[in-house]
Ligand binder design. Structure first.
Ligand SMILES: C[S@@+](CC[C@H](N)C(=O)[O-])C[C@H]1O[C@@H](n2cnc3c(N)ncnc32)[C@H](O)[C@@H]1O
Length: 312
């Protein structure tokens, strides 16, 4: 029997939603949704993100942008360079890079953001022609973009169904499409790529509306919506590291550096075998025969430095 350490208060909460349970929870795979929906109203289900670290106000977004530029991009790398921030979102990171000494920064996104109205330092655009006109670029930033890539032709699909239907193979097509497109405007650039996979505990960015670790693994989109959660569409890659590497390789990129950041998953998920059952179901039609729960759930980020490989 599995046990996990919970407080007396949590024990009381658990007894309310599962009369008769003590320190042990046994949930059938089919019950996950209801059980976790019930848990969402308790303090038993660990948080996805520390509320103090959740960025909402403009001031917090600016601080986040400065931290990304100082500690991730690093100023010497972009000083005097032409930079493209692909999938720039609000544009605050692009703007900070321009303010910190890049020669020119273009921020491109498939959609426009209200925050663009307040920016004046970087050029922010949803028009690819403008990106082409300002090229070529020395540095390309892809920060938390590849896992959320929408097909460049604008055809939105139900990604999960699509990927399942095609056995995972098409998961990397969107990523390759973006990398191939970027080569045309930045054929010799240094690419800084942060990926934040679906398997991470806040992989779908639900935490601002439903702050529960791995909520997207345990709840269907309908249940998430019923609890007020708003998820960012994310490629549900079963083998994220292998998929990214494959996409880079097939798009003709060389990986100069790979750095994986892992976190220790909450004991709640490690002590309870429902996590193992869930993940086993997720990997059912793959070559993986035994799931390693701590390893799968510990994946937070991977940072790549890449460059287009040259022929000859
Ligand atoms: C999670 S957000 C990250 C935004 C920004 N890089 C940041 O860290 O603040 C992912 C962004 O990628 C953009 N995106 C998705 N597919 C794209 C595509 N095909 N072309 C350009 N941007 C895309 C989304 O619109 C979204 O703004």
């Amino acid at each position: 029997m599995n046990t996990y350490p919970i407080s007396a208060t949590q024990m009381g909460e658990l007894a309310k939603i599962r009369p008769g349970s003590c320190d042990h929870v046994d949930v059938q795979v089919a019950d996950f949704g209801q059980f976790f929906e019930d848990l969402a109203g308790t303090t038993i289900w660990p948080l996805a993100a520390n509320p103090r670290h959740i960025v909402t106000t403009l001031e917090e977004q600016r601080r986040r942008a400065t931290t990304i530029v100082r500690t991730y991009v690093r100023m010497p790398r972009i000083r005097g360079k032409r930079v493209l921030d692909f999938g720039c979102g609000t544009g605050l990171v692009a703007s900070t890079m321009a303010a910190f000494g890049a020669a020119a920064v273009v921020g491109y996104d498939i959609k426009t953001y209200d925050e663009w109205a307040i920016d004046s330092v970087a050029q922010l655009t949803a028009n690819w022609e403008q990106v082409v006109a300002q090229g070529p670029y020395d540095v390309v930033l892809l920060y938390d973009v590849l896992d959320h890539v929408q097909p460049v032709d604008g055809q939105l699909v139900d990604l999960e169904q699509h990927i399942q239907a095609t056995g995972g193979e098409s998961a990397i097509n969107g990523i390759m499409q973006v990398l191939n497109l970027l080569r045309t405007v930045a054929p010799t650039a240094e690419y800084l790529v942060r990926c934040h996979p679906w398997l991470a505990k806040h992989g779908t960015h639900l935490y601002t509306t439903l702050n529960r670790a791995y909520a997207h693994l345990f709840l269907t989109p309908e249940r998430i919506a019923a609890l007020g959660g708003v998820a960012t569409e994310t490629l549900p890659l079963r083998f994220p590291l292998a998929s990214y590497r494959q996409a880079f390789g097939r798009a003709g990129f060389r990986l100069e550096n790979t750095e994986v950041t892992r976190n220790r998953p909450d004991v709640f998920f490690l002590h309870e075998h429902f996590t193992e059952k869930l993940l086993a179901a997720f990997y059912a039609n793959t070559p993986m025969t035994a799931v390693n729960v701590p390893e799968l759930l510990s994946f937070e980020f991977v940072d790549f430095v890449a460059s287009p490989a040259h022929n000859g």
